[in-house]
Design a protein around this ligand. Structure first.
Ligand SMILES: [Zn+2]
Length: 287
């Protein structure tokens, strides 16, 4: 059904269509005719949703900040889980991972060769470990997803470089986020950076739309071709969360059906932000 120029816009802004999304829709229509993948309207967030997602993201960020003072050699990943769970609940939110498709804990803790989805347990952090903690809060129904790396004591020079390169990858990917760039531009830019170091980019997991659900469209590859994938338009919200390995990009999932490790036991590092496409570029909601 086609909207008339004077109808209220489909996006919920309350403005007339001609003063809101009409021009963009015409441009997208042309691109779709040429074979481009355009975003479904269902993933374009309203201002109200964005405000809610931003609050959820800020709580998740606050948790990662708080963990900077908590994480130390001798701590178990189970203790990190307890800290995250209690902080989340104390702030009126709920940890999205808990019972998500049967996941047993409130946070993911991924050490060394673990790529992602490490399950907190009695493993004690030791000097030299690199650790990713991945937090997603549900606050007032909105999801905020962010993760970062923690260095335990003095990791090796290679481990520290890997952590740094993974962080650079996330920010280089974020720099590609602007209207009418494409999802593939993010992955392409990340993979080009990783190649300079001889590291590899995990392919089996990626970023994802987020905000109203834990996982929405689009899937965000961290490798691949530029000028490929879905067109970006304002108020799409998704994560960029490159997982970078020192060895092979290939993964193996352990018998717990969650923990993903590098197939060759090499180190893996990951950083993650939730971002929003703005009129002029990007807003990092979880920074
Ligand atoms: Zn609109």
């Amino acid at each position: 059904m086609k909207l008339s120029r004077n109808d209220a816009c489909w996006c919920g802004s309350g403005r007339k269509y001609k003063k809101c999304h009409l021009e963009m829709d015409l441009r997208l229509e042309e691109l779709e005719k040429k074979g481009y993948i355009i975003p479904p309207r269902s993933i374009i967030k309203t201002e109200e949703q964005i405000a809610g997602i931003r609050r959820a993201c800020q709580l998740s960020r606050e948790i990662l900040d708080g963990l900077e003072d908590v994480i130390a050699p001798g701590l178990t990943t189970e203790a990190i889980n307890t800290w995250v769970h209690e902080y989340t609940m104390a702030h009126g939110a709920y940890p999205a991972p808990l019972h998500y498709n049967g996941y047993p804990k409130s946070v993911c803790t991924s050490i060394n060769e673990v790529i992602c989805h490490g399950i907190p347990e009695q493993r004690v952090l030791v000097d030299g470990d690199i650790l990713n903690v991945d937090v997603t809060c549900i606050l007032d129904g909105y999801y905020g997803d962010t993760s970062r790396m923690y260095l335990i004591g003095e990791p090796s020079a290679q481990a520290r470089e890997l952590v740094q390169v993974a962080r650079e990858c996330m920010y280089l990917g974020i720099e590609q986020v602007r209207p009418f760039n494409r999802v593939g531009d993010i992955g392409y830019t990340i993979e080009q950076h990783v190649r300079k170091y001889g590291y590899s980019v995990v392919q089996d997991f990626g970023g994802h739309g987020v905000g109203v659900e834990f996982h929405e469209e689009p899937f965000v590859q961290h490798y691949g071709e530029k000028d490929s994938g879905m067109i970006l338009i304002p108020n799409m919200v998704f994560t960029i969360e490159p997982m970078i390995n020192t060895g092979t990009y290939k993964c193996r999932v352990l018998d717990d059906n969650w923990t993903a490790v590098t197939a060759d036991g090499s180190l893996s590092a990951q950083w993650e932000h939730t971002v929003r496409v703005t009129e002029g570029g990007v807003e990092i909601l979880s920074e």
